[in-house]
Design a protein around this ligand. Structure first.
Ligand code: CA
Length: 411
């Protein structure tokens, strides 16, 4: 068991086994840091104290206001950095301990920033429980489309509006279908969250060359919590035949700390058996997911937070490797910093739903939140809070929080 000299709360997401990367600022400009316990470790300052002597290129990467350059140095580099810091946190004679006042900044004293510049964001639809129960609402006789068990369904999302935790979301206006057939233009009355994970792509693939499913995991740097904000009434009117557009392009939230691929390996579990067997290009021998507990809460403008959904990532039908293999099978290339999100992650029980569309059966059965509050969809000033972590014995690795508050519409 590793014994750090720095006090780290036992229930901290940011244990010594995690050490995720993020971008923070204090009185100095935004730069790279690692989260540990209730602290941010200033990587640029650690570099200046010669803590990474074998990687002179690290200095430039650590001073950038996004992690793309650092990620581009490869998983070998990020593992080197995490090992140096992990060892220093367990060595009472380390430079890190000697200069801890200079190198460690309390997390409540910093501002977190968007950790990566996202070139492309793709949103999948990979949870069978979600796809089935949403399908059941609208097509009870045929909930899953015929393609669903043969390919990981997705749409290309909007990268420019991916925002970091804490960024408020203004209730969007748009076209909403009416019984008359003439749409109304007004604020959405069906604003929703979607509880997802996003995979951060860690290296470029080559245009024209599919990534084989067996190599796909090599392209993942780490994971984030992801909230795919959705306006259901706008979505219902606009989505046919090409899928969601303005109902989802106004904002998508991410948690500020990128949890590395390596830190999550101890939480791997077999993914669900797939029947029918997928085509050979999607047949991943390892076929693994992550055992990660996920939750979503709503905190009304003046009230207590209430957990509205608790689920787990272990049962996602299409794995990250299959998503990447399918995404690139045409020769479409991945780029460092791209995000591939899983789609809403739900379990079968009503308490395990990752969005209100499912939890309230499209707004028909309000969700009781305690304190007399209930929700069909989100109201102004509601704050949505997502959390996620893996736990093995006393070892915990988590994402921290992804928060976003709903502001009233501009119109
Ligand atoms: Ca989604």
């Amino acid at each position: 068991m590793l014994k750090p000299w720095l006090p780290i709360p036992v229930d901290s997401d940011f244990s010594i086994h995690n050490l995720p990367f993020g971008i923070f600022s204090d009185e100095r400009p935004a730069r790279a840091g690692l989260a540990v316990g209730n602290w941010v470790l200033d990587l640029a300052a650690a570099y200046a104290l010669n803590m990474f002597p074998h990687h002179p290129e690290a200095g430039s990467a650590f001073r950038k206001p996004v992690l793309n350059e650092l990620i581009g140095l490869g998983r070998g580099f990020s593992e080197y950095v995490r090992k140096i810091i992990r060892d220093a946190l367990c060595d009472r004679d380390s430079v890190l301990r000697q200069f801890s006042d200079h190198l460690l900044v309390p997390q409540d004293k910093v501002q977190m920033h968007m950790p990566i510049k996202v070139g492309n964001y793709t949103d999948f639809y990979s949870s069978e429980e979600h796809a089935f129960s949403v399908g059941q609402l609208f097509r009870p006789e045929n909930p899953l489309f015929p393609n669903w068990k043969h390919l990981p369904v997705a749409y290309h999302g909007r990268a420019s509006s991916v925002v970091v935790s804490g960024t408020p979301v203004t209730r969007p206006c748009g076209q909403i279908g009416q019984k008359s057939g003439i749409p109304a233009f007004k604020p959405t009355h069906a604003l929703d969250y979607e509880l997802e994970l996003a995979f951060v792509i860690g290296k470029d693939s080559t245009l024209g060359q599919p990534v084989p499913v067996a190599e796909a995991e090599d392209y993942i740097f780490g994971l984030l919590l992801f909230n795919d904000w959705s306006a259901r009434d706008i979505q219902r009117w606009e989505y046919q035949p090409l899928g969601p557009f303005t109902s989802k392009n106004f904002a998508s939230g991410v948690s500020p700390w990128v949890v590395t691929w390596e830190a999550l390996q101890r939480f791997r579990v077999p993914a669900p058996d797939q029947q029918p067997a997928p085509l050979p290009y999607l047949a991943d021998g390892a076929h693994q997911n992550f055992d990660l507990s996920l939750s979503v809460s709503i905190r009304p403008g003046s009230g207590e937070e209430f957990v509205v959904g608790q689920t787990n990532a272990r049962n996602i039908y299409w794995t990250a490797a299959q998503q990447i293999a399918h995404h690139t099978v045409t020769g479409c290339n991945l780029q460092t910093g791209d995000l591939l999100a899983t789609g809403t992650i739900s379990g079968s029980d009503i308490s395990q739903k990752g969005c209100l569309l499912e939890a309230t059966r499209n707004g028909t059965e309000p969700l009781k939140m305690g304190g007399g509050e209930e929700r069909r969809f989100l109201e102004d000033h509601d704050e949505v809070i997502m959390r996620g972590f893996g736990q093995r014995g006393r070892i915990r690795v988590g994402f921290g929080e992804l928060r976003g508050k709903v502001l009233p519409a501009l119109h």
